[in-house]
Design a binder for this molecule. Sequence first.
Ligand SMILES: Cc1cc2nc3c(=O)[nH]c(=O)nc-3n(C[C@H](O)[C@H](O)[C@H](O)COP(=O)(O)OP(=O)(O)OC[C@H]3O[C@@H](n4cnc5c(N)ncnc54)[C@H](O)[C@@H]3O)c2cc1C
Length: 445
Amino acid sequence: MWFRRDLRLEDNPALCLAAASGSVLPVFIFDDHLWNRSGDNRRVFLKRSLQALSESVGGALVQRSGEPADVLLNLCVESGATNVYASEDFGPYGRQRDEHVSKTLAAAGRSLTLCDSPYAVPPGSVFTGGGTPYKVFTPFFRAWKGHGWSEPMPAPEPKWYRELRSGPTPTEPSSSVDFPDAGEQPAWIVAEEFLASRVESYQTNRDLPAVAGTSRLSPYLKWGVIHPRQLLAKLGHSPGEETFRSELCWREFYAEVLFQRPDSARESYVSKMSGMVVDSGPDADQRFEAWATGQTGYPIVDAGMRELLATGWMHNRVRMIVASFLVKDLHLDWRRGARLFMTHLIDGDLASNNHGWQWVAGTGTDASPYFRVFNPTTQSKKFDPQGEYLRKWLPEIAHLPNKSIHEPWTEKTGAPAGYPGPLVDHAVERKASLDRYEQLKRTWV
Ligand SMILES: Cc1cc2nc3c(=O)[nH]c(=O)nc-3n(C[C@H](O)[C@H](O)[C@H](O)COP(=O)(O)OP(=O)(O)OC[C@H]3O[C@@H](n4cnc5c(N)ncnc54)[C@H](O)[C@@H]3O)c2cc1C
């Protein structure tokens, strides 16, 4: 059983299939291609999740490093295994890798069996009435619910194959972040607590960064420590539960979009937006640096970036605000921001991150794309009215009253010492951004 993004025993159809066919050698492979591109926070959480998985299989997990096809073939030869089982990966690199693994194993008289996926509805399963993939979320959500999913399966009780040893693997990097506890049991403590007490108010509280209103399950979903099917099976139909179901579906929608358009991992999903002029050069680099370190002078943007640096997570509402600021106030390429997010996020996921960025940048699946320019001050007043989130992350301005904390430059003496004045004027940059869009539109005819 080749574990990848399904680091759990419960509701794991690939593992059930493997268990039904004989004794099971559980394997994880550190692939340089993925490991080297990961940020340290994701690496730490992966290492800890593997440690937890290893404990739950009584130490039988074999961890090795190398090119997956070579490692798997060696393991087959060493153990006498004839079939490798895995949950299907729908990402651009994963699909190529699996094709290569499948061919390599077949040439040696072995096989790769893929089943299930990290999603309730595997990408490529639902289509519009015209037989084309969905490009807009709301009709996809309807079709996704209509498609449905199976009930979760109990964990199998395989006979674990214990004759092989792990090889050298990368060491856990150091990180100052306070990580969530890794493993299925801790994940379910988080999930049960959310489902028992917070999901009811999710539809209102999920937008308030000062309130613990969201599930905090993203790192577990990223590595398949919990499968979305397991959460969906526990949801009823209250407004909070319905909203939570739709957020789980956003994750699936972006995986679908990336599956249909693998190029959209790096390029504009709406190809005519790729001509949008973005700034580069030393000035642009300085603006990027101010954004990345939480020094723009716009408190909600700075609080979000500091939350990311300190915790490896950022609230969804604030992810949208800081992304909009980078693209539409600083006129920088969304890919720069997406890369920085991937460096720090524990839950960093190519589909959700890059399409989250594209949605905000107006190059992606948003139905009313470029005109949506988040006003950081208005957003801050609306979603953090008492300034609690701002005070938590910005000690320099924590003493300011609610009236001015969202826009410290309005204080009589300007922004307090130690906190920067606004890097740009939002009203001016908003207009500049829309002007660039109008210019781009003229090139389309
Ligand atoms: C610019 C940007 C970048 C993002 N990058 C990532 C990323 O790398 N990895 C990631 O998992 N999410 C990403 N998101 C989506 C969202 O911000 C996080 O999933 C969410 O903040 C995680 O916290 P939570 O588990 O408490 O969320 P909850 O609100 O409890 O949501 C439950 C789950 O639903 C899924 N989900 C919720 N909102 C979204 C969404 N907008 N898009 C896709 N899935 C969603 C996640 O799996 C999440 O764990 C990004 C959003 C934006 C705007």
